[in-house]
Design a protein around this ligand. Structure first.
Ligand code: ZN
Length: 104
């Protein structure tokens, strides 16, 4: 059986990093609305950036968590489409890859 302990460490570090980023982004949304109209407009623009960042972080978080779940289930490193092993180099580059290079 292939040893995925380095991928597991990488994924756990990634999840911790993403969770702290997510917390900072959530914090941003609670800063309140500025009274000044121009500031409100720029705050709204800023909110959109924060929202899209938050969505991106959420997406990466769910991918990283799903990969950790696959590690637990023993299905990690197997292509979701063709069932072949995903190349180790690909798992190093993309530890939450669900498909082999040929299927992705
Ligand atoms: Zn495949």
């Amino acid at each position: 059986m292939t040893d995925f302990s380095s991928q597991q460490r990488q994924l756990l570090a990634l999840v911790a990093d993403l969770e702290s980023r997510r917390q900072r982004l959530a914090q941003h949304g609670r800063d309140g609305v500025p009274a000044d109209f121009a500031e409100q407009a720029s705050a709204r623009e800023n909110d959109e950036v924060v929202d899209s960042l938050a969505r991106q972080v959420d997406e990466e978080l769910s991918q990283a968590r799903a990969a950790l779940a696959r590690l637990d289930a023993g299905t990690y490193g197997r292509c979701a489409r063709c069932g072949d092993d995903i190349a180790p180099a690909r798992l190093v580059a993309v530890p939450f890859a669900t498909m082999c290079a040929g299927c992705a």
